[in-house]
Design a protein around this ligand. Structure first.
Ligand code: ARG
Length: 566
């Protein structure tokens, strides 16, 4: 597509000698509304070169640029030079590109040859997969799709919490009180019960903790019984998690969790000792991080067992060697900020300049409104239950709105789950937010169902109007303000995807497709799309097609499906 901003830069560069291209680019603004132009250039910085007031400079520059190929109008307004993209050029450019690339509109080869690891979800084995995990799972999945769409070679990793002293507890508890059949009938709840009971009894009976340490040590020593139990617990937990991943349509390239690095630990510890960055402290090994304003990081306990931090360091070293990543992203809650800051610093202290490519992508907390789903202390809210409730509620809404819809079950799932994902990805990720059922499932306002519904509405127009992709289109028929408005937003879509990638913020895409949907519905209400004049009808339907396609692509990048009817 034509890069109109680059054209603005070229035009200005010809006229202005005192600013570099980069400086010009940095000064260009997008005015708050299109009637003030598509781009604006402030002239304050030129006062010295021109020895004139900014308003006069703006006027002078604008007057030399009238009537060029890309901008129908170049006008000064106070100290600004405003550039108005030639509408016909814009329409033709965007429409041709969408028709050509279809659902790949907005994709690129930007990331070609670069490998990006997106680590996300990473729940702990034998623990509930609860509402708190929704954010990492949904944000990570979307980021992986965005990177892939931009041509990066993307690897998704689920860094399962499948190792650590809690497995010593689980093994001890199982050996005392466990029943295999009972556990297999309801793995996570039963394992959680064992874990809770163990901790409770250990309060009165501290030697239980020694037993747990013993069993963890045995696990590290590859004792056959410990290994068998660990494997079993991992398998049944993963089976549970996979039910949720299936509902969300999420697949991982690797499930190499913490345990995967257990045998890589000695080598890493050795390397750290050689490089002189660890210190002994009461028999344990630590890295002093005082110079960096952080508390010391514990690397090895005095009984020789390693920690979460150690495993993350080993994992990063392994990933660099194995994948040679360009970037290694960790989508993990902001509660772990310090953990990430510390271990990434340690990797840097080990002399690896690529430590800077290990990037923690934090996000805020999600809480539930009282009364909507039980948040009573100690009662976990399973993610699976939340998803099922969304599907059930959506089914009822469909029953009300469109009882004759085919495939109600499938659509209820696409819309119910889509609604939750959309809500998750609607705000800047660092913001905390409160989950609200009514807002999430509403067909009005800035919601998933609203955008999906807009997509379905566009689809039914195409069917009704017998749209044919191969039709020749007279682009000059698209001149209405509401039409141009949509096209302007479609034009921005590829840049929005790049912004989302650069800032690791899927919500840019969420917002853009909400705006496109609003603009489309405005167009839908103001304009007779299937009209008598064949040429106009075809052009408008082509715009409907372009809108539908971009919405679908945007939803897809968020991990959300786009049903054709709902
Ligand atoms: N399993 C951890 C938890 O549930 C998250 C793991 C995050 N990833 C990492 N590389 N440390 O809190």
């Amino acid at each position: 597509m034509i890069n109109f901003k680059d054209k603005v830069i070229e035009l200005l560069d010809e006229k202005i000698s005192s600013l570099s291209i980069e400086e010009i680019e940095g000064l260009i603004e997008v005015p708050p509304s299109y009637d003030m132009g598509d781009y604006a250039f402030p002239t304050f910085r030129l006062a010295k070169e021109y020895r004139k007031a900014p308003n006069a400079i703006a006027e002078e520059i604008a007057s030399t640029m009238e009537g060029n190929e890309f901008f129908g109008k170049v006008q000064s307004q106070g100290p600004y030079v405003n550039f108005f993209i030639d509408r016909n050029k814009l329409v033709e450019d965007v429409m041709t590109e969408v028709m050509d690339k279809k659902e790949m509109f907005g994709s690129s080869e930007l990331g070609e040859g670069k490998k990006v690891i997106v680590e996300f979800s990473s729940p702990n084995i034998a623990k509930p997969f609860h509402i708190g995990h929704i954010r990492t799972t949904v944000i990570g999945n979307s980021l992986a799709k965005i990177y892939k769409f931009l041509g990066f070679d993307t690897v998704t990793i689920n860094h399962l919490g499948d190792y650590g002293t809690q497995f010593g507890m689980l093994i001890s508890a199982y050996k005392k009180w466990g029943d295999r059949e009972v556990i297999e009938s309801n793995p996570i709840s039963e394992l959680l019960k064992l874990y809770v009971r163990f901790n409770k009894e250990a309060e009165e009976n501290p030697e239980l903790q020694d037993e747990a340490r013993y069993w963890f040590k045995e696990l590290e020593n590859k004792n056959a019984e410990a290994m068998e139990l660990w494997q079993w617990i991992r398998d049944i937990s993963l089976k549970e998690f996979n039910r949720v991943y299936d509902m969300l349509n999420i697949k991982f390239d690797s499930y190499a969790g913490e345990s995967f690095y257990s045998d890589k630990m000695p080598e890493v510890l050795e390397e750290m000792k050689e490089k002189g960055i660890v210190k002994e402290s009461e028999g344990a090994l630590i890295v002093d991080l005082e110079d960096y304003g952080m508390p010391p990081a514990l690397i090895m306990k005095k009984d020789g067992s390693t920690l979460y931090t150690t495993r993350d360091i080993a994992a990063a070293l392994y990933r660099k060697k194995h994948y040679d990543f360009h970037k290694n992203l960790y989508v993990v809650a902001s509660q772990q900020n310090l953990h990430f800051k510390a271990w990434i610093k340690i990797v840097e202290l080990m002399g690896y300049e690529w430590a800077k490519d290990c990037i923690h992508i934090p996000f805020g907390m999600v809480s539930l409104e009282e009364g909507t789903l039980s948040t009573r202390k100690g009662r976990v809210v399973f993610l699976e239950d939340v998803l099922n409730k969304a599907i059930e509620s959506t089914k009822k809404i469909i029953e009300d709105r469109n009882p004759n819809l085919e495939n109600k079950e499938v659509v209820a799932k696409q819309v119910g789950i889509g609604a939750i994902l959309f809500q998750e990805l609607f705000n800047q990720r660092i913001k905390d937010y409160t989950f609200n059922w009514d807002r999430t499932l509403s067909f009005e306002g800035e919601t998933g169902p609203y955008v999906q519904y807009t997509h379905a509405r566009a689809n039914s127009l195409l069917e009704k109007g017998d749209f044919n992709q191969e039709d020749q289109i007279s682009f000059h028929k698209l001149t209405g303000e509401d039409e141009i408005n949509i096209i302007r937003m479609l034009y921005d879509f590829p840049d929005v995807v790049i912004d989302a990638m650069e800032k690791n913020e899927p919500f840019y895409i969420t917002r853009q497709i909400v705006e496109i949907s609003k603009a489309f519905n405005k167009f839908y209400n103001s304009t007779q799309i299937i009209t008598q004049d064949e040429e106009t009808k075809k052009a408008r339907l082509m715009l409907v097609y372009a809108t539908k396609t971009v919405i679908k692509t945007g939803l897809g990048l968020l991990g959300i499906e786009a049903p054709n009817k709902m």
